[in-house]
Design a protein around this ligand. Structure first.
Ligand code: GDP
Length: 200
């Protein structure tokens, strides 16, 4: 595959509700993960734009869907991090509902890049996101983040374990190790993104 870059991504709009999203045209790829999983750092590293997604010190605070456009037909969608303990239960539930609705109803959504900390992947809410996506026939690519915090052997063991647990979901799910800090797995993540955004 030709090398595709994403460093021309530009902030498009923030949406507090699904009704505020742009028209269903072209292709979207969404980025999701538990608060603190490393999604913002990942999005910045994958696009090569430092401040694209704000890596926040107060996770869960900004509950906005942030959209970035690559061109008129292609968008990256940064979904709010889920599962942050300090968010009141009612707000948490409302956002889970919104996320579920987005994944299940957004017709132009092609795939989901799902960020999970490689040291504790596949938590309940991650599995819920994964299942919503799979049942909506989306493709899912899981990035096991902060891989630099694991030894090589432990990283590979985590990868293998997640791969085993994902077998039941079939070919629409893939998984890789990733580190924004060490730029590990960046080419692999970009390749997957390019496959979804520029289908042949
Ligand atoms: P988000 O809440 O999912 O957007 O996560 P952030 O990108 O804000 O990252 C959460 C925390 O993990 C921050 O303190 C980051 O510096 C740290 N972090 C993110 N990516 C990495 C990584 O690849 N390696 C290490 N060691 N820390 C990371």
């Amino acid at each position: 595959m030709a090398i595709v870059t994403f460093n021309h991504a530009r902030f498009l709009i923030s949406a507090a509700k699904l009704e505020q999203l742009p028209a269903e045209e072209g292709i979207e790829v969404a980025f999701a993960g538990r608060s603190n999983a490393g999604k913002s750092s990942g999005l910045n590293t994958i696009t090569g734009i430092k401040g694209l997604a704000r890596s926040s010190k107060t996770p869960g605070r900004t509950q906005l869907i942030n959209l970035f456009s690559l061109d008129e037909q292609r968008r990256l969608v940064d979904l709010p991090g889920y599962g942050y303990a300090k968010v009141p239960e009612a707000i948490k539930q409302r956002w889970q509902q919104t996320l579920g609705q987005y994944l299940q109803e957004r017709e132009c959504l092609m795939g989901l890049m799902l960020f999970m900390d490689s040291r504790h992947p596949l938590k309940d809410l991650d599995i819920q996101m994964l299942e919503w996506a799979i049942f909506s026939q989306l493709k899912v690519h899981i990035l096991l983040t902060k891989a630099d915090k694991l030894s090589r052997g432990a990283g590979l063991a985590a990868l293998k374990q997640v791969q085993n647990e994902l077998q039941k979901y079939g070919d629409n799910v893939s998984v890789q190790l990733f580190s924004a800090l060490k730029s590990q797995g960046v080419a692999e993540a970009r390749d997957r993104l390019a496959q979804w955004l520029y289908p042949v």
